[in-house]
Design a protein around this ligand. Structure first.
Ligand code: ARG
Length: 459
Protein backbone atom coordinates (compact mmCIF):
# COMPACT_ATOMS: atom_id res chain seq x y z
CA UNK A 1 0.00 0.00 0.00
CA UNK A 2 1.15 3.46 -0.88
CA UNK A 3 2.46 5.67 1.94
CA UNK A 4 2.40 8.82 -0.11
CA UNK A 5 0.78 11.95 1.32
CA UNK A 6 -1.80 11.52 -1.41
CA UNK A 7 -1.84 7.71 -1.20
CA UNK A 8 -5.35 7.17 0.23
CA UNK A 9 -7.08 6.09 -2.96
CA UNK A 10 -4.16 4.06 -4.32
CA UNK A 11 -3.80 0.31 -3.96
CA UNK A 12 -0.47 -0.03 -5.76
CA UNK A 13 2.88 1.61 -5.15
CA UNK A 14 4.07 4.05 -7.80
CA UNK A 15 6.30 2.42 -10.36
CA UNK A 16 9.90 3.26 -9.49
CA UNK A 17 10.60 4.74 -12.90
CA UNK A 18 7.46 6.89 -12.73
CA UNK A 19 8.52 8.09 -9.30
CA UNK A 20 11.86 9.17 -10.67
CA UNK A 21 10.24 10.63 -13.76
CA UNK A 22 7.74 12.90 -12.11
CA UNK A 23 9.79 14.02 -9.10
CA UNK A 24 10.81 17.65 -9.22
CA UNK A 25 12.76 17.86 -5.98
CA UNK A 26 16.16 18.19 -7.66
CA UNK A 27 14.92 21.38 -9.28
CA UNK A 28 12.43 22.86 -6.81
CA UNK A 29 14.48 22.32 -3.64
CA UNK A 30 15.85 25.81 -4.14
CA UNK A 31 12.35 27.09 -3.28
CA UNK A 32 12.59 25.83 0.30
CA UNK A 33 12.79 29.30 1.84
CA UNK A 34 9.76 30.63 -0.02
CA UNK A 35 7.91 27.41 0.71
CA UNK A 36 8.51 27.71 4.44
CA UNK A 37 7.76 31.43 4.47
CA UNK A 38 4.45 30.75 2.71
CA UNK A 39 3.57 27.95 5.14
CA UNK A 40 4.28 30.12 8.17
CA UNK A 41 1.96 32.84 6.86
CA UNK A 42 -0.67 30.21 6.09
CA UNK A 43 -0.46 28.85 9.65
CA UNK A 44 -0.75 32.31 11.20
CA UNK A 45 -3.83 32.94 9.11
CA UNK A 46 -5.38 29.56 9.99
CA UNK A 47 -4.89 30.35 13.69
CA UNK A 48 -6.23 33.89 13.38
CA UNK A 49 -9.41 32.52 11.82
CA UNK A 50 -9.59 29.71 14.45
CA UNK A 51 -9.30 27.02 11.78
CA UNK A 52 -6.48 25.57 13.89
CA UNK A 53 -5.60 26.55 17.47
CA UNK A 54 -2.93 29.10 18.37
CA UNK A 55 -0.93 26.38 20.15
CA UNK A 56 -0.99 24.17 17.07
CA UNK A 57 0.18 27.08 14.94
CA UNK A 58 2.99 27.87 17.36
CA UNK A 59 4.22 24.27 17.40
CA UNK A 60 4.15 24.10 13.62
CA UNK A 61 5.83 27.45 13.07
CA UNK A 62 8.61 26.48 15.45
CA UNK A 63 8.85 23.13 13.67
CA UNK A 64 9.17 24.84 10.29
CA UNK A 65 12.04 26.88 11.69
CA UNK A 66 13.78 23.63 12.57
CA UNK A 67 13.06 22.16 9.13
CA UNK A 68 14.67 25.21 7.55
CA UNK A 69 17.72 24.84 9.75
CA UNK A 70 17.98 21.16 8.84
CA UNK A 71 17.80 21.93 5.13
CA UNK A 72 20.45 24.61 5.49
CA UNK A 73 22.72 22.24 7.43
CA UNK A 74 22.26 19.57 4.77
CA UNK A 75 20.63 17.28 7.29
CA UNK A 76 17.74 16.34 5.03
CA UNK A 77 18.10 13.70 2.39
CA UNK A 78 16.06 14.64 -0.61
CA UNK A 79 14.40 11.72 -2.32
CA UNK A 80 12.32 11.20 -5.44
CA UNK A 81 9.73 9.27 -3.43
CA UNK A 82 8.73 12.53 -1.76
CA UNK A 83 8.34 14.22 -5.14
CA UNK A 84 8.83 17.89 -4.45
CA UNK A 85 9.87 20.51 -1.92
CA UNK A 86 6.36 20.82 -0.49
CA UNK A 87 6.22 17.14 0.43
CA UNK A 88 9.72 17.18 1.86
CA UNK A 89 8.99 20.11 4.12
CA UNK A 90 5.71 18.61 5.31
CA UNK A 91 7.25 15.19 5.86
CA UNK A 92 10.12 16.67 7.83
CA UNK A 93 7.70 18.78 9.84
CA UNK A 94 5.94 15.56 10.80
CA UNK A 95 9.25 14.22 12.13
CA UNK A 96 10.00 17.30 14.23
CA UNK A 97 6.46 18.28 15.33
CA UNK A 98 4.47 15.03 15.25
CA UNK A 99 1.05 14.33 13.84
CA UNK A 100 -0.16 17.91 14.20
CA UNK A 101 1.93 18.57 11.06
CA UNK A 102 -0.91 17.00 9.12
CA UNK A 103 -2.91 20.17 9.77
CA UNK A 104 -0.54 22.41 7.82
CA UNK A 105 -2.15 21.67 4.49
CA UNK A 106 -5.68 22.66 5.62
CA UNK A 107 -7.41 24.78 2.97
CA UNK A 108 -4.41 24.60 0.69
CA UNK A 109 -3.28 22.61 -2.33
CA UNK A 110 0.15 22.17 -3.83
CA UNK A 111 -1.29 23.96 -6.84
CA UNK A 112 -1.70 27.30 -5.10
CA UNK A 113 1.35 26.56 -2.94
CA UNK A 114 3.74 26.25 -5.89
CA UNK A 115 2.27 29.35 -7.52
CA UNK A 116 2.96 31.23 -4.29
CA UNK A 117 6.48 29.84 -3.84
CA UNK A 118 7.58 30.82 -7.34
CA UNK A 119 6.14 34.31 -6.96
CA UNK A 120 7.94 34.87 -3.64
CA UNK A 121 11.17 33.62 -5.19
CA UNK A 122 10.87 35.64 -8.38
CA UNK A 123 9.95 38.90 -6.63
CA UNK A 124 13.21 38.79 -4.76
CA UNK A 125 15.21 37.76 -7.84
CA UNK A 126 13.72 40.57 -9.94
CA UNK A 127 14.88 43.06 -7.31
CA UNK A 128 18.38 41.57 -7.34
CA UNK A 129 18.49 41.63 -11.15
CA UNK A 130 17.42 45.28 -11.25
CA UNK A 131 20.18 46.15 -8.76
CA UNK A 132 22.73 44.29 -10.90
CA UNK A 133 21.54 46.06 -14.04
CA UNK A 134 21.85 49.43 -12.32
CA UNK A 135 25.44 48.53 -11.40
CA UNK A 136 26.06 47.69 -15.02
CA UNK A 137 24.58 51.00 -16.14
CA UNK A 138 27.02 52.68 -13.77
CA UNK A 139 29.94 51.07 -15.56
CA UNK A 140 28.56 52.23 -18.90
CA UNK A 141 28.32 55.78 -17.61
CA UNK A 142 31.79 55.55 -16.01
CA UNK A 143 33.12 54.49 -19.40
CA UNK A 144 31.41 57.48 -21.06
CA UNK A 145 32.89 59.78 -18.40
CA UNK A 146 36.35 58.31 -18.81
CA UNK A 147 36.41 59.01 -22.57
CA UNK A 148 34.19 62.07 -22.93
CA UNK A 149 35.32 63.57 -26.26
CA UNK A 150 36.67 60.55 -28.09
CA UNK A 151 35.44 60.37 -31.67
CA UNK A 152 34.89 57.05 -33.39
CA UNK A 153 33.24 55.95 -36.61
CA UNK A 154 29.52 55.34 -36.26
CA UNK A 155 28.32 52.46 -38.43
CA UNK A 156 25.29 51.44 -40.40
CA UNK A 157 25.37 48.06 -42.16
CA UNK A 158 28.73 47.73 -40.36
CA UNK A 159 30.10 50.25 -42.86
CA UNK A 160 31.61 53.47 -41.60
CA UNK A 161 28.82 56.04 -41.72
CA UNK A 162 29.36 59.22 -39.69
CA UNK A 163 31.64 60.16 -36.81
CA UNK A 164 30.05 59.82 -33.35
CA UNK A 165 31.32 60.14 -29.82
CA UNK A 166 32.40 56.94 -28.12
CA UNK A 167 30.52 58.23 -25.07
CA UNK A 168 27.38 58.52 -27.21
CA UNK A 169 27.81 54.87 -28.17
CA UNK A 170 28.08 53.87 -24.51
CA UNK A 171 25.01 55.93 -23.68
CA UNK A 172 23.03 54.09 -26.36
CA UNK A 173 23.52 50.95 -24.27
CA UNK A 174 22.58 52.89 -21.16
CA UNK A 175 19.21 53.61 -22.79
CA UNK A 176 18.74 49.99 -23.84
CA UNK A 177 19.34 48.71 -20.32
CA UNK A 178 17.13 51.44 -18.91
CA UNK A 179 14.27 49.97 -20.91
CA UNK A 180 15.19 46.51 -19.62
CA UNK A 181 14.94 47.76 -16.06
CA UNK A 182 11.56 49.34 -16.78
CA UNK A 183 10.33 46.06 -18.23
CA UNK A 184 11.44 44.14 -15.14
CA UNK A 185 9.77 46.71 -12.89
CA UNK A 186 6.59 46.29 -14.85
CA UNK A 187 6.73 42.51 -14.70
CA UNK A 188 7.30 42.77 -10.95
CA UNK A 189 3.81 44.27 -10.58
CA UNK A 190 2.19 41.18 -12.06
CA UNK A 191 4.43 38.84 -10.07
CA UNK A 192 3.43 40.64 -6.89
CA UNK A 193 -0.01 38.97 -6.67
CA UNK A 194 -0.79 36.49 -3.89
CA UNK A 195 -2.44 33.25 -5.13
CA UNK A 196 -2.67 31.22 -1.90
CA UNK A 197 -6.26 30.37 -1.00
CA UNK A 198 -7.21 29.34 -4.53
CA UNK A 199 -6.53 25.82 -3.24
CA UNK A 200 -6.60 23.16 -5.97
CA UNK A 201 -8.63 25.25 -8.44
CA UNK A 202 -12.00 26.25 -7.04
CA UNK A 203 -11.23 27.99 -3.77
CA UNK A 204 -11.95 26.35 -0.41
CA UNK A 205 -14.76 25.73 2.03
CA UNK A 206 -12.62 26.94 4.95
CA UNK A 207 -13.09 30.58 5.98
CA UNK A 208 -9.60 31.66 4.89
CA UNK A 209 -8.52 35.26 5.35
CA UNK A 210 -6.53 35.74 2.15
CA UNK A 211 -6.10 39.42 2.78
CA UNK A 212 -4.26 38.62 6.02
CA UNK A 213 -1.97 36.11 4.25
CA UNK A 214 -1.24 38.75 1.63
CA UNK A 215 -0.30 41.26 4.30
CA UNK A 216 1.95 38.79 6.11
CA UNK A 217 3.80 37.96 2.89
CA UNK A 218 4.02 41.61 1.70
CA UNK A 219 2.21 41.14 -1.58
CA UNK A 220 0.44 44.09 -3.20
CA UNK A 221 -2.76 42.29 -4.03
CA UNK A 222 -4.66 39.04 -3.74
CA UNK A 223 -5.46 37.15 -6.97
CA UNK A 224 -9.12 37.39 -7.95
CA UNK A 225 -9.99 34.15 -9.72
CA UNK A 226 -9.06 30.78 -8.27
CA UNK A 227 -8.75 29.03 -11.64
CA UNK A 228 -6.46 31.75 -12.93
CA UNK A 229 -4.47 31.79 -9.68
CA UNK A 230 -3.28 28.22 -10.05
CA UNK A 231 -2.84 28.20 -13.81
CA UNK A 232 -1.30 31.62 -14.44
CA UNK A 233 2.32 31.49 -15.52
CA UNK A 234 2.19 34.77 -17.46
CA UNK A 235 4.59 36.36 -15.01
CA UNK A 236 7.17 33.66 -15.82
CA UNK A 237 6.68 34.03 -19.56
CA UNK A 238 6.98 37.79 -19.20
CA UNK A 239 10.06 37.55 -17.06
CA UNK A 240 11.88 35.21 -19.45
CA UNK A 241 10.80 37.33 -22.38
CA UNK A 242 12.23 40.47 -20.77
CA UNK A 243 15.34 38.53 -19.81
CA UNK A 244 15.72 37.43 -23.44
CA UNK A 245 15.57 41.02 -24.67
CA UNK A 246 18.06 42.02 -22.00
CA UNK A 247 20.41 39.18 -22.99
CA UNK A 248 20.08 40.23 -26.62
CA UNK A 249 21.33 43.66 -25.57
CA UNK A 250 24.34 42.04 -23.89
CA UNK A 251 24.84 39.91 -26.97
CA UNK A 252 24.88 42.93 -29.27
CA UNK A 253 27.43 44.65 -27.05
CA UNK A 254 29.44 41.43 -27.02
CA UNK A 255 29.51 41.37 -30.78
CA UNK A 256 30.88 44.92 -30.79
CA UNK A 257 33.53 44.11 -28.21
CA UNK A 258 34.58 41.04 -30.18
CA UNK A 259 34.92 43.15 -33.32
CA UNK A 260 36.59 46.09 -31.60
CA UNK A 261 39.17 43.89 -29.90
CA UNK A 262 40.19 42.22 -33.19
CA UNK A 263 43.43 43.35 -34.87
CA UNK A 264 41.32 44.54 -37.79
CA UNK A 265 39.58 47.15 -35.63
CA UNK A 266 42.01 47.41 -32.68
CA UNK A 267 39.70 49.93 -30.99
CA UNK A 268 39.98 48.38 -27.54
CA UNK A 269 42.07 46.06 -25.43
CA UNK A 270 40.31 43.88 -22.91
CA UNK A 271 42.48 43.27 -19.83
CA UNK A 272 44.22 39.90 -19.57
CA UNK A 273 42.11 39.05 -16.55
CA UNK A 274 39.00 39.11 -18.73
CA UNK A 275 40.34 37.20 -21.71
CA UNK A 276 41.79 33.73 -22.24
CA UNK A 277 44.41 32.10 -24.39
CA UNK A 278 44.52 29.27 -26.86
CA UNK A 279 45.95 25.85 -25.99
CA UNK A 280 47.68 25.62 -29.37
CA UNK A 281 48.30 29.16 -30.65
CA UNK A 282 50.59 30.94 -28.17
CA UNK A 283 49.89 34.41 -29.55
CA UNK A 284 46.12 34.24 -29.01
CA UNK A 285 44.17 36.39 -26.58
CA UNK A 286 40.48 35.74 -27.00
CA UNK A 287 37.46 37.78 -25.93
CA UNK A 288 35.83 34.66 -24.46
CA UNK A 289 33.78 36.46 -21.85
CA UNK A 290 31.98 38.52 -24.47
CA UNK A 291 31.60 35.45 -26.68
CA UNK A 292 30.20 33.35 -23.87
CA UNK A 293 27.64 36.00 -22.97
CA UNK A 294 26.66 36.11 -26.64
CA UNK A 295 26.36 32.31 -26.58
CA UNK A 296 24.36 32.22 -23.36
CA UNK A 297 21.80 34.49 -25.01
CA UNK A 298 20.87 31.40 -27.01
CA UNK A 299 20.11 29.52 -23.79
CA UNK A 300 17.83 32.22 -22.47
CA UNK A 301 15.97 32.60 -25.75
CA UNK A 302 15.70 28.79 -25.72
CA UNK A 303 14.19 29.00 -22.22
CA UNK A 304 11.62 31.45 -23.57
CA UNK A 305 10.67 29.01 -26.33
CA UNK A 306 10.45 26.24 -23.72
CA UNK A 307 8.06 28.06 -21.37
CA UNK A 308 5.90 29.39 -24.20
CA UNK A 309 5.62 25.91 -25.68
CA UNK A 310 4.84 24.33 -22.30
CA UNK A 311 1.98 26.77 -21.72
CA UNK A 312 0.55 26.62 -25.20
CA UNK A 313 -2.72 24.60 -25.32
CA UNK A 314 -2.94 23.97 -21.58
CA UNK A 315 -6.56 23.84 -20.48
CA UNK A 316 -7.48 25.46 -17.16
CA UNK A 317 -6.49 24.99 -14.44
CA UNK A 318 -3.33 23.29 -13.10
CA UNK A 319 -1.65 20.68 -15.31
CA UNK A 320 1.47 18.73 -14.47
CA UNK A 321 3.10 20.15 -17.60
CA UNK A 322 3.53 23.33 -15.60
CA UNK A 323 6.12 21.67 -13.39
CA UNK A 324 8.39 22.20 -16.42
CA UNK A 325 8.30 25.96 -15.80
CA UNK A 326 11.02 25.92 -13.18
CA UNK A 327 14.09 24.77 -15.07
CA UNK A 328 13.82 27.50 -17.72
CA UNK A 329 13.00 30.08 -15.07
CA UNK A 330 15.86 29.19 -12.73
CA UNK A 331 18.33 28.87 -15.57
CA UNK A 332 17.28 32.28 -16.90
CA UNK A 333 17.67 33.92 -13.49
CA UNK A 334 21.10 32.34 -12.95
CA UNK A 335 22.33 33.13 -16.46
CA UNK A 336 21.17 36.73 -16.48
CA UNK A 337 22.64 37.39 -13.04
CA UNK A 338 26.09 36.05 -13.82
CA UNK A 339 26.23 37.68 -17.26
CA UNK A 340 25.31 41.08 -15.81
CA UNK A 341 27.82 40.75 -13.02
CA UNK A 342 30.65 39.63 -15.28
CA UNK A 343 29.91 42.41 -17.76
CA UNK A 344 29.92 45.10 -15.10
CA UNK A 345 33.41 44.07 -14.12
CA UNK A 346 34.67 43.53 -17.65
CA UNK A 347 33.74 47.05 -18.78
CA UNK A 348 35.94 48.51 -16.05
CA UNK A 349 38.76 46.45 -17.55
CA UNK A 350 38.64 47.73 -21.09
CA UNK A 351 41.13 50.20 -22.49
CA UNK A 352 40.00 52.34 -25.40
CA UNK A 353 42.49 53.19 -28.14
CA UNK A 354 41.30 56.70 -28.75
CA UNK A 355 43.75 57.64 -31.50
CA UNK A 356 42.95 54.51 -33.46
CA UNK A 357 39.22 55.26 -33.24
CA UNK A 358 39.83 58.82 -34.36
CA UNK A 359 42.07 57.77 -37.24
CA UNK A 360 39.41 55.36 -38.46
CA UNK A 361 37.15 58.38 -39.00
CA UNK A 362 39.61 59.82 -41.51
CA UNK A 363 38.99 57.12 -44.07
CA UNK A 364 35.72 56.18 -45.68
CA UNK A 365 34.14 59.56 -46.45
CA UNK A 366 32.38 59.84 -43.09
CA UNK A 367 31.91 63.55 -43.79
CA UNK A 368 30.06 63.10 -47.11
CA UNK A 369 26.69 63.93 -45.51
CA UNK A 370 28.26 67.07 -44.10
CA UNK A 371 29.39 68.13 -47.56
CA UNK A 372 25.78 67.75 -48.71
CA UNK A 373 24.57 69.72 -45.65
CA UNK A 374 27.15 72.42 -46.52
CA UNK A 375 25.66 72.79 -49.99
CA UNK A 376 22.14 72.93 -48.55
CA UNK A 377 23.24 75.80 -46.30
CA UNK A 378 24.55 77.52 -49.43
CA UNK A 379 21.08 77.23 -50.96
CA UNK A 380 21.10 73.95 -52.90
CA UNK A 381 18.09 71.57 -52.43
CA UNK A 382 19.12 68.49 -50.39
CA UNK A 383 18.57 65.91 -53.15
CA UNK A 384 20.85 67.86 -55.53
CA UNK A 385 23.35 68.37 -52.74
CA UNK A 386 23.30 64.61 -52.06
CA UNK A 387 24.08 63.96 -55.75
CA UNK A 388 26.95 66.48 -55.79
CA UNK A 389 28.46 65.02 -52.63
CA UNK A 390 28.10 61.57 -54.19
CA UNK A 391 30.01 62.74 -57.26
CA UNK A 392 32.66 64.25 -54.98
CA UNK A 393 33.08 60.84 -53.29
CA UNK A 394 33.34 59.05 -56.64
CA UNK A 395 35.92 61.57 -57.85
CA UNK A 396 37.95 61.33 -54.64
CA UNK A 397 37.85 57.52 -54.73
CA UNK A 398 39.22 57.67 -58.23
CA UNK A 399 42.03 59.96 -57.10
CA UNK A 400 42.70 57.79 -54.02
CA UNK A 401 41.94 60.80 -51.85
CA UNK A 402 39.57 61.68 -49.02
CA UNK A 403 37.14 64.61 -49.38
CA UNK A 404 39.38 66.89 -47.28
CA UNK A 405 42.23 66.26 -49.72
CA UNK A 406 40.36 67.64 -52.75
CA UNK A 407 41.64 71.02 -53.91
CA UNK A 408 39.31 73.97 -54.03
CA UNK A 409 39.47 73.85 -57.83
CA UNK A 410 38.41 70.21 -57.80
CA UNK A 411 35.56 71.05 -55.44
CA UNK A 412 34.47 73.95 -57.61
CA UNK A 413 34.35 71.70 -60.68
CA UNK A 414 31.57 69.91 -58.81
CA UNK A 415 29.75 73.02 -57.62
CA UNK A 416 30.65 76.66 -57.67
CA UNK A 417 28.80 77.10 -54.36
CA UNK A 418 31.82 75.54 -52.64
CA UNK A 419 34.16 78.04 -50.98
CA UNK A 420 37.32 77.74 -48.81
CA UNK A 421 35.18 77.45 -45.64
CA UNK A 422 34.27 73.93 -46.80
CA UNK A 423 37.41 72.46 -45.23
CA UNK A 424 36.53 73.56 -41.74
CA UNK A 425 32.92 72.57 -42.25
CA UNK A 426 33.74 68.95 -43.08
CA UNK A 427 36.48 68.54 -40.43
CA UNK A 428 35.74 65.54 -38.18
CA UNK A 429 35.33 67.53 -34.93
CA UNK A 430 32.97 69.94 -36.65
CA UNK A 431 30.79 67.15 -38.03
CA UNK A 432 30.33 65.91 -34.48
CA UNK A 433 29.94 69.33 -32.89
CA UNK A 434 27.14 70.33 -35.26
CA UNK A 435 24.91 67.37 -34.43
CA UNK A 436 23.00 69.12 -31.70
CA UNK A 437 19.50 67.99 -32.60
CA UNK A 438 17.88 66.37 -29.55
CA UNK A 439 19.54 62.99 -28.97
CA UNK A 440 22.35 63.70 -31.47
CA UNK A 441 26.04 63.10 -30.87
CA UNK A 442 27.08 66.77 -30.38
CA UNK A 443 29.63 67.27 -27.57
CA UNK A 444 27.27 69.29 -25.39
CA UNK A 445 24.34 66.95 -25.94
CA UNK A 446 26.28 63.91 -24.85
CA UNK A 447 27.82 65.70 -21.90
CA UNK A 448 24.32 66.56 -20.73
CA UNK A 449 23.04 63.01 -21.30
CA UNK A 450 25.98 61.59 -19.34
CA UNK A 451 25.55 63.94 -16.41
CA UNK A 452 21.79 63.35 -16.34
CA UNK A 453 22.38 59.58 -16.23
CA UNK A 454 25.11 59.99 -13.62
CA UNK A 455 22.63 61.99 -11.53
CA UNK A 456 19.93 59.31 -11.89
CA UNK A 457 22.42 56.63 -10.85
CA UNK A 458 23.82 58.67 -7.98
CA UNK A 459 27.32 58.68 -9.48
N1 ARG B 1 5.81 20.01 -8.22
C1 ARG B 1 4.62 20.60 -8.70
C2 ARG B 1 4.97 21.73 -9.70
O1 ARG B 1 6.04 22.15 -9.67
C3 ARG B 1 3.83 21.17 -7.58
C4 ARG B 1 2.35 21.17 -7.80
C5 ARG B 1 1.89 19.79 -7.92
N2 ARG B 1 0.50 19.62 -7.91
C6 ARG B 1 -0.05 18.49 -8.28
N3 ARG B 1 -1.30 18.39 -8.17
N4 ARG B 1 0.64 17.48 -8.70
O2 ARG B 1 4.15 22.16 -10.48
Amino acid sequence: MSEKLWGGRFSQDTDELVEKFHASIDVDKRLYESDIEGSIAHLKMLAKESIITRTEAEILIKGLGKVKEKIENNEIKFSASLEDIHMHVEDELGKVAGDVARKLHTGRSRNDQIALDVRIYLKSEIKTIIDLLVDFQKSLVRMAQKYPDVIMPGYTHLQRAQPVLFSHHMMAYYEMFKRDIERFEDCYKRTDVMPLGAAALAGTTFPLNREYTRELLSFSKVSDNSLDSVSDRDFIMEFISHASICMIHFSRLSEELVLWSSSEFAFITIADSFTTGSSIMPQKKNPDVAELVRGKTGRVVGNLMAILTVMKSLPLAYNKDMQEDKEPLFDTVDTLKICTDVYTRMLDNIEVHTQRMYDACKQGFLNATDLADYLVLKGMPFRHAHAVAGRAVAFALNQKKELNDLTLEEFRELSDLIAPDVYEFIAIEKTVARRISHGGTGFQNVKQAVSKAAGELGL
